[in-house]
Design a protein around this ligand. Structure first.
Ligand code: A2P
Length: 345
């Protein structure tokens, strides 16, 4: 696989466009690229890295001759076309939640569980954006000190909900000049659900609710983390909140380690050598991660490290990353790069 035929399903979307950018920027060994989207976008021109591409409609035949197909067009599109692509010889790297919890399908963050990739049978799942940055940042800590319990609260950007959600925040920001205007607004929703304004707001609901009262986003974080770490017994609970930020997810993470006697400096030590992690943790200099500065960056930023004064193994961390890059497109492209390394090694 030195000259790879690639397809991107959802190529016109928030993540799809970043996948194309990352493939080109990282000089992925491409022979051809097919950009696929809905019928509406067929014929549309996309220019990236001074190259011109024409979007095609996603159909089963479009996967003929494709070696690696990236999917980021929603779960139902993956359910419709991923098997079709595999049947035609492609390996699918799926950025939706369609297959993540299927036991036989690897759910991969290369810095954490690269070995799982070797077990794939055609489909590889890319985890949820908020899961990726958390497990990648916690991996070096877990490896050295063990992880018993994890409580996470997220502060998530609207780009995680796609290009339309970005447009909605931008439109609301222009339209509503004061908070008073927007308070009265309940936006129309296609499915009859309540749809609250995001500008000037914080919405403690991402995706639908389960009977338990957790949202599906929270359950994704909880279940995916156990699967990626291979720790079914891990105690984990999540609260996921959407904020009026375009790009960059932030997470307040509380952990309890297996090992006692660990210091904040010990955590700093392992994090400072971890691949893809930037330690930004100097409170005296007001140095800590923020989404505004993580946007466009490949790395995961970690700071605000503190020991819980009332628990011998408890610590707080603040983890920030570009949700469209490490949280989605970059991780998918890293999976593809790892596939090639595995095949050629
Ligand atoms: P299109 O632009 O043609 O609607 P986002 O996550 O930013 O909302 O993007 C969703 C992506 O999924 C877009 O590229 C969108 O293409 C694509 N998509 C939506 N519906 C379909 C479909 N029926 N078949 C293939 N791609 C689809």
């Amino acid at each position: 696989m030195s000259n790879v035929n690639v397809a991107i399903v959802g190529a016109t979307g928030a993540v799809g466009t970043k996948i194309l950018e990352k493939l080109l920027a990282r000089k992925f060994p491409i022979n051809s690229i097919k950009l696929l989207a809905s019928k509406r976008s067929a014929g549309k021109e996309i220019v990236a890295n001074d190259q011109r591409f024409i979007v095609e409609e996603t159909q089963p035949e479009a996967f003929e001759g494709v070696d690696i197909a990236f999917f980021s067009a929603g779960g139902h599109i993956s359910e419709m076309f991923a098997e079709e692509a595999v049947k035609r010889g492609a390996v699918v790297i799926d950025n939706t939640s369609a297959f993540r919890m299927v036991e036989a399908i690897p759910l991969v963050v290369p810095e954490v569980n690269l070995d799982a990739l070797r077990q794939h049978k055609g489909i590889i799942a890319n985890p949820n954006c908020s899961t990726i940055q958390m497990v990648a940042a916690l991996q070096p800590i877990r490896e050295k000190f063990g992880l018993k319990r994890l409580v996470v609260s997220t502060y998530q950007a609207v780009s995680g909900a796609g290009a339309e959600a970005i447009a909605e925040l931008e439109a609301q920001t222009k339209k509503f000049e004061t908070r008073a205007d927007i308070k009265a607004e309940l936006l129309p929703s296609a499915d009859g659900e309540k749809h609250y304004p995001i500008a000037f707001n914080a919405i403690p609901q991402i995706d639908a609710f389960d009977d338990s009262g957790y949202t599906l986003e929270e359950l994704k974080m909880m279940n995916e983390t156990k699967k990626i770490f291979g720790l079914p017994e891990l105690q984990i609970s999540a609260t996921c909140v959407r904020l009026p930020i375009v790009t960059g997810h932030s997470e307040s993470v509380y952990i309890e380690l297996d090992q006692e006697g660990v210091s904040v400096d010990d955590l700093r030590g392992v994090l400072s050598h971890a691949p893809g992690i930037v330690l930004q943790d100097d409170f005296m200099a007001q140095s800590y991660p923020m989404p505004l500065f993580a946007e466009g960056k490949d790395e995961i930023f970690v700071g605000r490290l503190r020991k819980d004064p009332d628990h011998p193994t408890g610590f707080h961390l603040w983890i920030v990353a570009d949700n469209l890059l490490k949280g989605a497109a970059l991780n998918s492209v890293q999976i593809a790069e790892s596939l090639i390394t595995i095949r050629t090694s």
